[in-house]
Design a protein around this ligand. Structure first.
Ligand code: GLY
Length: 432
């Protein structure tokens, strides 16, 4: 099969790596790709939001399947364009992707479907939003309604911080049009997990659970990022809660979207907080998570191309989706200053020194005019290792991280450190 993969981050590097292991792959093209994806196919310089360019590329390469990675083109309807042009496509329609692209749509869907989440309200007027936070009897989270590269969420400790977040989003437009509307939610306390699942609109195949670390610094301090590291599986997640998430969140959402005339085809992943009163949805995502994909795909035993093809043709029930028992841990190395402003062009060295069975997935990386591997973004690369336990995978990941360097590189040193801490311990003493 000829496959076109849309995207250019660590997630797409991991997807390309797995697709290349399929005996059914004839040739892979990646738009725009990165130095990592170039090892598995041909990168083509078409931006992900250039829908005419992507459709023209799919025509030129006679794509039998198109796989779309990032949220922005999904929310803007790239899958509708590709399917209208006759290309089987892995990814939700623009209507279904609103479960991620519009937080207010997601909240309405959850209310209709009876999916547990926090109390929330949407505002188009900053003064009304501020009046709401002043009267709220709990701490709040301020979220830009639209897509903001994972940075449009401010978890607030007090009213002043919430008011500043409202001004930043609505008046200063720190997240562009994504912040024209804000959603104010009750702050939840607990532990977070990501629950990925494949769906073709009817059949649902759950992936193992994983846990991202969004704040930039150790101890979950500092501003949120796109994700600084990740592990799977979370030993702390009780099976009863896992089953409740699969049944009462993911499967309910897939059914509700189908009933709303927006069948979901692709990867749906709710991010959840396991609070003292059970799991509650923090947000829905309409795609593979990044960096979750980087640790999940090494655990996939089945053929990723078979699965994506089956989703695109709505016959997911016909293919196996099996997972390895091994644990997997990923540590993200970032540019100095990220998630704020950061330099580009620092030479990356040591990648060739990692163990053969350790993966290095590139995100914000490129090549300079001399062909050297250089930094080209905030999150630069993710070092991923497997092991029989999370603790062993973690040790191997950090051992390999230390062999890679670039000027000003920073990474968290506590990724997966609490993977096996019992939930009761981490919930004890948290505010309700
Ligand atoms: N892991 C965060 C995200 O993919 O949005």
């Amino acid at each position: 099969m000829n496959v076109l993969l849309v995207g250019g981050g660590g997630r797409e590097h991991a997807i390309a790596w797995r697709l290349a292991q399929s005996p059914r792959l004839s040739k892979l093209w990646i738009a725009p790709g990165n130095p990592g994806t170039a090892a598995f196919g041909e990168n083509v310089e078409v931006p992900v939001m250039d829908f005419d360019g992507i459709v023209a590329l799919a025509e030129r390469v006679r794509a039998d399947l198109v796989i779309v990675g990032p949220d922005d083109p999904l929310g803007a309807g790239i899958v509708d364009r590709l399917t209208a042009a006759g290309f089987p496509t892995f990814g939700p329609s623009g209507a279904a992707a609103q479960i991620e692209a519009s937080k207010s749509f997601a909240n309405e869907l959850m209310a209709t479907a009876g999916i547990a989440t926090s109390v929330s309200a949407s505002f188009d007027d900053p003064d009304a939003a501020k009046a709401y936070v002043r009267s709220a009897p709990y701490r709040v989270v301020v979220k830009a309604d639209g897509l903001a590269l994972g940075k449009g969420v401010t978890v607030c400790d007090d009213v002043a911080q919430a008011e500043a977040a409202i001004d930043a989003a609505m008046r200063d437009r720190a997240f562009g049009v994504a912040g024209a509307r804000v959603v104010i939610e009750e702050r939840m306390y607990g532990r977070e997990t990501s629950a990925h699942a494949f769906s073709d609109g009817v059949t649902v195949r759950h992936m193992p659970f994983s846990c991202d670390h969004k704040p930039v610094f150790d101890g979950d301090l500092g501003p949120n990022t796109g994700g600084m590291g990740v592990y799977t599986p979370p030993g702390w997640l009780p099976e009863a809660a896992a089953e409740a998430i699969r049944r009462d969140v993911t499967e309910r959402a897939i059914r509700a979207l189908a009933e709303a005339g927006r069948p979901f085809r692709g990867v749906l992943y709710p991010g959840l907080m396991l609070a003292a009163d059970g799991p509650r949805v923090v947000e829905f995502n309409a795609r593979f998570g990044d960096p979750e994909t980087e640790v999940l795909l090494p655990r996939l035993r089945s053929d990723l191309l078979d699965i994506c093809d089956a989703v695109a043709h709505q016959r997911l029930a016909d293919v196996p989706v099996e997972w390895d028992e091994a644990a997997s841990v990923g540590v993200m190395m970032a540019s100095p200053g990220y998630p704020g402003a950061y330099p580009r062009g620092a030479v990356i060295s040591g990648v060739e020194d990692v163990d053969r069975d350790v993966q290095v997935f590139f995100a914000g990386a490129g090549r300079d005019e001399r062909g050297r591997l250089v930094t080209n973004g905030g999150r630069v690369l993710c070092v991923v290792a497997q092991g029989p336990t999370v603790a062993e995978a973690r040790e191997r990941a950090y051992d390999n991280v230390k062999r890679i360097s670039f000027e000003g590189a920073h990474y968290r040193t506590d990724i997966a450190a609490r993977a096996d801490e019992p939930l009761a311990v981490s919930l004890a003493g948290l505010p309700r």
